[in-house]
Design a binder for this molecule. Structure first.
Ligand SMILES: [Zn+2]
Length: 275
C-alpha cells in the first residue's frame, strides 16, 4: 500500500514537471515572447556602447509636434519659407531624420527604417537609435529642438508632473523672452507682410501665455484639425439612421392614409346596401 502511494506521488510529480516544461517552451517560442526576448537581448547588447547626447529626444519630439500642429499650418497658409537660421526649422532638429525613420506598423510593432529591426515599444526603438544609429546624429552644430521647449509650452502636451507645479514668475519671464526672440529671428519684419503677419500670430499663439495670471492660454488660435476615422464612421451612421427614420415615418403615414381611405370605401358601400 505504502509503495503504491509512493509510486503515485512520483507519477504526479513527473506529470507536473512535464507540463511546466511544455509551458516554458511554448511561451518562449510564441512570436510575442520571442519579440520581447529579442528586444531585451538587443538592449543588453546595446547598453554597452551607449553614447551621450545632451539633448532630450522626448522634449524635442514634443516641440516638433507643437510646431507641426500649431505653427506649420499657418506658415503654409502664408506660403512663407522659414530660414535655416530660425531654431524652428526642421534642419535644426537633431532627431528629425531618425524620427522620420520610425515606422509604426502595428500597435505593438515599431520598425527601424534604417535596418528594419522591429520592437514592441517605441522606447526600445529610441534606445536602438541611440545605440546603433548614433553616428547619424550631427551633434556638432548644437541643433537641439528641446532648447525651445520652454517657449513652445512643451509641458502642455507632455505627460509631465511639472504642469501642476506653481507658476514661477521668473521662469515665465525667461520663457517669454525666449519666445519673443524666436518670433523676431524666425519672422523678421523686413521680409514682407507675410513675415509680419506670422510674427504677430506667433506672439499671440505662443508668447502671450507666458504669464502667471493664467488668463492667456497657449495655442489660442487653434491648430490643425485631425479628422479621425471614428468621426467619419459616426457621421455616416447618424446619416443612415436619419434616412431610416424618415423612411419609416413616410411609410407609416402612407399606411394610415390608405387605411382611412379603405375604411371610408367600406362604410360607403355599407350605406348604399342599407339604403
Ligand atoms: Zn536600426
Amino acid at each position: 500500500m505504502a509503495i503504491s502511494s509512493k509510486r503515485l506521488l512520483v507519477f504526479l510529480f513527473l506529470c507536473i514537471a512535464n507540463s511546466l516544461q511544455f509551458l516554458i517552451v511554448s511561451s518562449s517560442t510564441s512570436p510575442q515572447g520571442y519579440q520581447e526576448y529579442a528586444a531585451a537581448r538587443t538592449l543588453k547588447q546595446e547598453q554597452g556602447n551607449a553614447h551621450e547626447v545632451h539633448c532630450s529626444r522626448e522634449r524635442s519630439r514634443a516641440a516638433w509636434k507643437i510646431i507641426e500642429k500649431y505653427l506649420m499650418p499657418f506658415v503654409e497658409k502664408e506660403k512663407y519659407q522659414i530660414s535655416i537660421s530660425c531654431k524652428l526649422h526642421p534642419e535644426n532638429d537633431l532627431y528629425r531624420d531618425q524620427e522620420q525613420h520610425k515606422l509604426h506598423e502595428d500597435i505593438n510593432e515599431w520598425r527601424c527604417g534604417y535596418c528594419k529591426k522591429t520592437f514592441y515599444d517605441e522606447k526600445y526603438l529610441d534606445k536602438h537609435f541611440d545605440n546603433r544609429h548614433y553616428h547619424l546624429l550631427n551633434v556638432s552644430q548644437g541643433r537641439c529642438l528641446a532648447d525651445v521647449c520652454g517657449a513652445l509650452h512643451c509641458d502642455q502636451v507632455m505627460d509631465s508632473a511639472t504642469r501642476k507645479t506653481k507658476c514661477n514668475p521668473a521662469a515665465a519671464a525667461k520663457n517669454k523672452h525666449l519666445c519673443e526672440s524666436l518670433a523676431h529671428s524666425c519672422f523678421p519684419v523686413n521680409e514682407g507682410p507675410s513675415a509680419h503677419h506670422l510674427k504677430e500670430f506667433f506672439l499671440r499663439q505662443f508668447c502671450d501665455a507666458h504669464t502667471c495670471t493664467g488668463r492667456q492660454k497657449p495655442f489660442s488660435k487653434g491648430g490643425k484639425k485631425e479628422m479621425s476615422i471614428l468621426y467619419i464612421i459616426l457621421s455616416v451612421m447618424i446619416l443612415m439612421l436619419l434616412l431610416l427614420f424618415y423612411g419609416f415615418v413616410y411609410l407609416y403615414r402612407r399606411g394610415i392614409k390608405r387605411g382611412t381611405q379603405g375604411l371610408k370605401r367600406i362604410s360607403k358601400s355599407r350605406q348604399k346596401k342599407s339604403s
